[in-house]
Design a protein around this ligand. Structure first.
Ligand code: ADP
Length: 495
């Protein structure tokens, strides 16, 4: 496994981290919103129930007053068996009943004012409301004939605790009854700072006691579904890791397949080059053997000793030499046929460069070579795709090998694509040590190599393939240092 530098690590992992973060954040926001919506729904249900229960309770007070007024004439004042006296046992929140008989006066003036108002509205009227003390109280006055009534009501006793939907001690919801700027705390709840706040405001369904029910629920950050969010982020990380492992596997497989293809072509073509080289190398000696043995035969004819044997040996040598020459000739002809004479496809030079660079990406990365592709002009050429890819692959491989000889910081590889005079032009430019002037004329010769372990067949194969497709391959020096290999191929559509 190759070691990556910090910037390379950042380049590889930053986009993945970004994707992980975006998907995780999106999921977490959705989870949090769902949780908040559920909390809000539960809160609103509780608040509505409280409002309904309280409304039902306070309406009872109006009914009690109306009943007292109807039951007149009431028992004389001070009677212990009057309905007024028994009320508290039925309605514990009613702390007392006051009655003003005709001609009598209320013990305090505010009840007078309330009675006046009640007489006008013909409904019960609120008096002496005290919501601020721990045990809130208020009075409800109904003007009637002959006696008017006033109830003293305990707010805390009014709360229907048995039907209350929330656990009073632990519920986070704060419930208050608000009247004329005063607030009676029904349920304290926990109202902390920060987070989200839900509110419910609604007046009780009663004309005389239309107190406002105010419910507040503060949802703190700690109430968000952190466990679910963390599990989601982990699941996303696992899925992304699996996906990128699968991607890596797939591209490794593709690269291996492509390398195999290029390798097979290279091997086949190298064998062809090898055969061509052998033919070139062996043809001359074989011709010489032929000429010499024929001369020897003539000389031996002058010598009477072992004449028949010598003649037979020479005949055999002649026959073998001819057979060898024929074999080599056949081999050469078949090699020549292997090189495509007429290119059949329209191939994008840039595409060929991209697939070669894709194959060699791990090599470039391992060597720390900065590669740049400049498309000066798009070039669609007539070529045999695999042969073209083979040439580009060889040229880039050679450049990478040459770049090994210079410090990592100076390793640059640039590929230029353009067109000139009906030809597509591909230039592979490196900043390696370059080619010495006396070496330059030999680099395309079969078996010429300056590389340890080199075969010296790559460039000669490339040149054969290029000329087989109607193109050319040449080399020159790069300034101030390095080599430039220029491949030209006929453009598919000529201007
Ligand atoms: P091999 O790579 O097996 O040596 P090639 O035919 O590919 O065979 O290359 C022949 C020779 O050309 C190399 O040994 C090297 O001396 C020279 N050569 C090829 N490409 C470059 C290059 N980019 N920079 C310098 N020299 C090069």
């Amino acid at each position: 496994m190759q070691k990556l530098s910090m910037p390379q690590l950042f380049k590889v992992y930053a986009p993945r981290l970004l994707v992980w973060f975006a998907i995780s954040a999106l999921g977490c926001v959705l989870l949090a919103r769902t949780e908040l919506a559920q909390l809000r729904e539960a809160f609103e249900t509780d608040a509505r129930i409280s409002h309904r229960l309280l409304s039902q309770r306070v309406v009872q007070h109006e009914a009690v007053l109306a009943t007292l007024a109807l039951l007149q004439p009431a028992a004389p004042p001070g009677s212990t068996d009057s309905a007024e006296q028994r009320l508290s046992s039925v309605y514990p929140q009613i702390l007392g009943v006051q009655r003003r008989d005709a001609g009598a006066a209320w013990p305090d003036a505010s009840l007078d004012a309330a009675e006046q108002a009640s007489r006008q509205t013909r409904a019960a009227v609120l008096a002496n409301a005290d919501f601020t003390s721990a045990r809130g109280r208020y009075q409800l006055v109904l003007a009637a004939q002959p006696a008017s009534y006033a109830l003293l009501i305990d707010i805390h006793g009014t709360i229907p605790w048995t039907d209350w939907s929330m656990p009073v001690q632990t519920s986070p919801v704060r419930v208050t009854l608000v009247h004329a700027g005063q607030a009676f705390v029904v349920q304290a709840g926990h109202v902390a700072a920060g987070g989200w706040q839900f509110e419910f405001h609604k007046h009780l369904d009663s004309v005389s006691q239309s107190f406002e029910v105010v419910a507040i629920r503060q949802v703190g950050w700690q109430e968000l579904p952190w466990l679910a969010m963390a599990l989601w982020a982990l699941a996303v990380a696992a899925a992304l890791a699996a996906w990128s492992a699968w991607q890596r596997q797939r591209s490794a497989r593709r690269r291996a397949e492509a390398l195999l293809r290029v390798g097979q072509v290279a091997r086949l073509n190298s064998l062809g080059e090898l055969a061509a080289g052998m033919a070139h190398e062996l043809n001359q000696p074989l011709t010489a053997i032929l000429a010499n043995t024929q001369a020897a035969k003539r000389l031996l004819q002058d010598d009477p000793i072992e004449l028949p044997t010598a003649l037979q040996a020479m005949d055999q040598a002649v026959a073998q030499a001819r057979r060898a020459a024929e074999v080599l000739g056949r081999l050469r002809r078949s090699v020549e046929q292997a090189v495509p004479a007429v290119p059949g496809q329209t191939v994008d030079l840039a595409q060929a460069v991209r697939s070669a660079l894709d194959l060699l990406a791990p090599e470039c990365q391992r060597r720390g070579v900065a590669t740049a592709v400049h498309i000066d002009q798009p070039a669609l050429v007539l070529a045999e795709r695999v042969a073209l890819e083979q040439i580009v692959h060889n040229l880039i491989t050679n450049a990478l090998q040459a770049l090994d000889a210079v410090p990592a910081s100076e390793r640059q590889l640039a590929i230029h694509i353009g067109a000139a005079k009906c030809m597509g032009v591909l230039r592979v430019v490196d900043t390696g040590p370059g080619i010495a002037p006396d070496t330059l004329p030999h680099v395309f010769e079969p078996f010429f190599t300056t590389r340890e372990g080199g075969l010296g067949l790559g460039l000669s194969l490339c040149e054969t393939l290029a000329s087989g497709m109607g193109g050319q391959l040449s080399a020159q020096a790069n300034m101030p240092r390095g080599a430039i290999f220029v491949l030209t191929l006929p453009l598919a559509s000529r201007p």
